[in-house]
Design a protein around this ligand. Sequence first.
Ligand code: NAD
Ligand code: USQ
Length: 412
Amino acid sequence: MGAMSSSLTVPARPDDPMTADQPASRVLVLGGDGYLGWPTALHLSRRGHQVGVVDSLCRRQYDVEMGVESLVPIATMERRVQAWTEVTGLAIAAYVGDMTDPDFVATTLADFRPDAVVHFAEQRSAPYSMIDRAHAVYTQVNNVVGTLNLLYAIAEVDPDIHLVKLGTMGEYGTPNIDIEEGFIEITHRGRSDVLPFPKQPGSFYHLSKVHDSHNIAFAARTWGLRATDLNQGIVYGQETPETTLHPDLSTRFDYDAVFGTVLNRFVVQASAGYPLTVYGKGGQTRGMLDIRDTLACVELALSNPAAAGEYRVFNQFTESWSVMDLAQMVVRATGDRIRIEAVPDPRVEDEDHYYRAAHTKLLDLGLMPHLLSESLVRSLLAVAERHAARIVPAAIPPTVDWRRTGSRVGAA
Ligand code: NAD
Ligand code: USQ
């Protein structure tokens, strides 16, 4: 996808409110038009930071390619930013461009002069990266080159900028030992060292995050950059206190087999009366978190920055759930109105395995998690039911097969 280096910049107002307990900072949210980037930008703006969003809008283009749309309608990026100012009086600067364009990245950083950058701007679907060779190459070039361009721009524009980068719990895979937060002390032939935790990612997408992690650690070590890698689990939910202020502030909600994540998919399937698509045995266990906790974790990372030269890793999830446990909770929340369907697993992954991952660093910084419950699932069901008329049933069954090197996709 080529670069679109136009910019629609909204000037910041001098009278933006500040919170009493936190010094305001300038934060650039890369991928600020996406599912998580947009609500993060709103949250930080409301908390008194001067916020800019950067996005190539490629995520909207994947929808066209897949023949699907977000279940909840979303406004254009231009309209979203305008609506935020109308509703709150606060301004968000917006830049449209591609992170794989090094000049765009450097110019944007030099123009906005952030204290911190939150980097969400990657192709984030494992199935999309496994469609065929072209999608695997696109994913790794988009993600790895975008992040490399960012590291160079930070080093050249202002090495003091704190990089908060979205990684993934899936970098670790599912080893038969406890997962630590980024690093593990290893004793080998009588000598000990603290080394990066071994990585066993399960898709070319997850591999792109591993490559990013190594590049970021190297840049921090070499150029003295400040970097926090947030190894985030699977996010669920769609509403945050800011996105519900106006329909034009809604964030996207994906339920299709390529971009929909597991609990969001189950909730939409249930609201459509579609049997829940548990892949394989359903013993796949993952760290998960509420979308509101993503915002809180990013804010905690920003307000407790990494030191110069420090590369640190936080495991960003609040609870672990197996896919079958999630499906059973959704069934209960519907009053047993729907059933679970065992679908042959299109992925190559352990369907029944040990899983215990450390996640204390964000809790130590003060995270107060929103935990998953049947009542929370019912509130997600209510969101899905409001938009049930927009569900495209053909988008629900899985189309991408890990074992084949070319899959047919697209619900249109
Ligand atoms: P998303 O696809 O909704 O948002 C990503 C945004 O980045 C999109 O708006 C897209 O247009 C933009 N983007 C992608 N490549 C770009 C490029 N080269 N230049 C400029 N913009 C680009 O994804 P999301 O669910 O909001 O995820 C955000 C980040 O969080 C991703 O890095 C993802 O890997 C990570 N993450 C997400 C989840 C989850 O459950 N959604 C879980 C763990 C980690
Ligand atoms: N699964 C089902 N049925 C479905 C969909 C998924 O059983 O209908 C299973 C998958 O096989 C997998 C698990 O649920 O075992 C999770 O799948 P997912 O699509 O919800 O999550 P994943 O592909 O891992 O990717 C998502 C985000 C990605 C992020 C990752 C966090 O798309 O950006 O990095 O979650 S983590 O899982 O911790 O790596």
